[in-house]
Design a protein around this ligand. Structure first.
Ligand SMILES: [Zn+2]
Length: 214
């Protein structure tokens, strides 16, 4: 089997996405690029993550062509491949339906950085991509453009996406996004949330890049 170790890790993190509430059942998707070959391991389309094993993870090239695997790759493959082609600084893309982050995409309010952990992983306010039906090249372009050089983007009326240099860093970023959204929501019930100053956000994210992005 090609890229067995990386495929096993993608399967393991897909299950972790479900277990930690970032998605339910077969929702969301996850990809990881092998830096040596440039090939991408991605979750299969419509398969319950509880049942996903190493060989179910599809191997595709950077244009989405299937290299190995018996399923169809995720419907969001055009987006994963586009982001990975554009961003040599990251290797993983994770799409979640995490609840509090998604709520910001329903009121179309970018998420400010109110937690040190979120600022560390995400590096700035998280933008909202306008709603469009996902899974198309046009949607991929829209989300990739809204993401820019950032590490997270919220999809209007849908969910969220995070990127990172490794599966563990990307998984942490997904939780930093969700925790930041939940704490912001809680803080708004108590009063007026005070975001971290931009220079502090920059300082934290620079530290993260130096320690995790290499
Ligand atoms: Zn989705």
């Amino acid at each position: 089997m090609m890229l067995g170790e990386l495929r096993a890790e993608v399967a393991r993190y897909a299950k972790k996405m479900v277990a930690s509430g970032l998605v339910r059942a077969a929702q969301g998707n996850l990809s990881a690029r092998d830096p040596q070959t440039g090939l991408i391991c991605i979750t299969p389309s419509g398969m319950d993550y509880d049942l996903v094993s190493t060989e179910d993870i599809m191997v595709i090239d950077d244009q989405g062509g299937v290299v190995e695997g018996a399923h169809r790759p995720s419907v969001e493959t055009p987006l994963h491949t586009l982001v990975l082609r554009r961003r040599s600084d990251i290797n993983c893309v994770m799409h979640t339906h995490s609840l509090y982050a998604t709520a910001f995409g329903v009121v179309y309010e970018p998420l400010p950085m109110v937690l040190a952990e979120s600022a560390l992983c995400l590096g700035g306010a998280v933008p909202i991509a306008p709603y469009q039906m996902s899974g198309t090249p046009e949607f991929a372009e829209l989300v990739a453009e809204t993401l820019g050089e950032g590490n997270a983007v919220i999809w209007g009326n849908h969910g969220a996406m995070v990127v990172g240099p490794s599966l563990s860093a990307t998984f942490s970023a997904a939780h930093a996004l969700e925790d930041g959204a939940q704490v912001y929501w809680l803080a708004r019930q108590l009063g007026t949330p005070i975001p971290l100053p931009p220079d502090e956000v920059e300082k934290l994210h620079t530290f993260w890049r130096e320690h995790y992005a290499k």
